[in-house]
Design a protein around this ligand. Structure first.
Ligand code: BMA
Length: 386
């Protein structure tokens, strides 16, 4: 072996050793969400949420910054903050109406203001999730709450309303792309389209389309937003209603591991928790099922909508909701909106406590539990950073 060969071998050995050294020092590779071209902040959020659920679950509230039981559009206000001293960690917003270029959503929230609220929550370190009660593409007067069979089929490729549906997605894409943080970065969103799909009340529900049609609807929506419109700030949330009893039922219309980042369901309490703990038991059981699925499929989990309208039981937070969640490791639980008196429903419609509400003291206890995460807790975690 001549000296040059020996030298080359020595250099290769050195490079090998250095290489091995470098790779052991390299931080663990980040996992990519369903969108392989997701923005840095979106990928970071996805990875950080996986770790966060080991510490506790985030508390979310729909329309939290827009209005409360006794106020509308007052800067900085939040019913949750006025009770607990901190904002929720997750902000839910709703796009119904945006598809038709309306200025306000179906609950009267102007999209311009919504964009600002989203930015505020994100800048403070909170998490944004968005639902979409899209109207019926057939023009049915009940809007999203119409179950005419064939509605989904009509918006799929080749269907009579496909071009209309694409124009809706164009509006959504514009909105998602307009959500920018102070550095100009796109704000990540947990997008929860076609929610409660296993229910029987929306035009995308199980009584109004086949599993295959639903699957194409999901795949097309994701393909169009991601690949055609270049929207890369979304994590996709599969969200059933609370009526499943087995993993198979939960997954019956699941669009595929490559299409979903988080699995979740919605479950509300309607009965009396003093007489019955059915809600807590059922929800706990169902969270167990989705936790198992999430472990098998490496997904995030959430109780994406819950609540007990008017919170008629003063210790609902620590005695019902806490029990419902139990030891399950979920990303978040979100309670629905604090509308106040609803003219159309002819009753008070709210799910979070407000200053003076009977469950206030119990909510503070809930806030003080180690496993509940509010905005200040998650701000420390820097969910959008490395
Ligand atoms: C429902 C109610 C409705 C609302 C809809 C969409 O549960 O709160 O008043 O329009 O959600 O946000």
């Amino acid at each position: 072996m001549n000296r040059i060969v020996i030298k080359i071998k020595f250099l290769l050995l050195l490079a090998g050793l250095l290489g091995a050294n470098c790779s052991s020092a390299r931080p663990a590779a980040k996992e990519l969400p369903a969108d392989k071209n997701a923005t840095v902040q979106t990928v970071n959020l996805y990875n950080n949420l996986k770790k966060l659920s080991q510490k506790g679950f985030m508390i979310g509230h729909q329309d939290d910054l827009a209005y409360g039981v006794n106020w509308r559009y007052e800067n900085g206000r939040s019913d949750i903050k006025e009770v607990a001293g901190d904002y929720p960690a997750v902000y839910g917003w709703e796009l119904g109406g945006l598809e038709a270029n309306e200025e306000k959503n179906i609950d009267g929230v102007p999209f311009k203001k919504m964009r600002q609220f989203i930015k505020e929550g994100y800048e403070r370190g909170g998490v944004i999730t968005i639902s979409w009660h899209a109207r019926s593409p057939m023009g049915a007067p009940k809007g999203a709450w119409d179950t005419t069979h064939g509605t989904v089929a009509s918006i799929l490729p080749g269907g009579a309303n496909h071009v209309l549906f694409k124009s809706w997605l164009d509006e959504l894409a514009k909105f998602f792309l307009s959500l920018k943080g102070s550095q100009g970065e796109a704000i990540p969103v947990l997008f929860r389209p076609f929610h409660e799909l296993t229910g029987t009340w929306f035009w995308w529900c199980r009584n109004a389309c086949t599993p295959e049609q639903f699957n194409i609807l999901w795949r097309f929506t994701q393909y169009y937003l991601r690949d055609e419109k270049k929207v890369h700030n979304l994590l996709y949330v599969y969200n059933t209603s609370g009526d499943f009893k087995t993993k198979e039922e939960f997954l019956e219309r699941y669009p595929g591991d490559d299409m979903v980042d988080m699995i979740s369901f919605d479950a509300y309490q309607y009965d009396d928790p003093v007489k019955s703990d059915l809600f807590a038991k059922n929800t706990n059981f169902q969270l167990g099922l989705i936790e198992e699925i999430a472990a098998e499929k490496n997904k995030l989990t959430a109780l994406a909508e819950t609540g007990y309208e008017q919170i008629p039981f003063a210790s609902w937070w620590t005695e019902t909701l806490s029990k419902a969640i139990g030891q399950h490791k979920i990303s978040y639980v979100l309670v629905w909106r604090n509308h106040g008196y609803n003219e159309w429903m002819k009753k008070m419609h709210y799910y979070a406590p407000y200053k003076g509400h009977a469950s206030e003291a119990d909510f503070i206890k809930f806030y003080q539990q180690d496993n509940t995460l509010f905005e200040k807790d998650v701000a420390k975690e820097k969910l959008y950073g490395d």
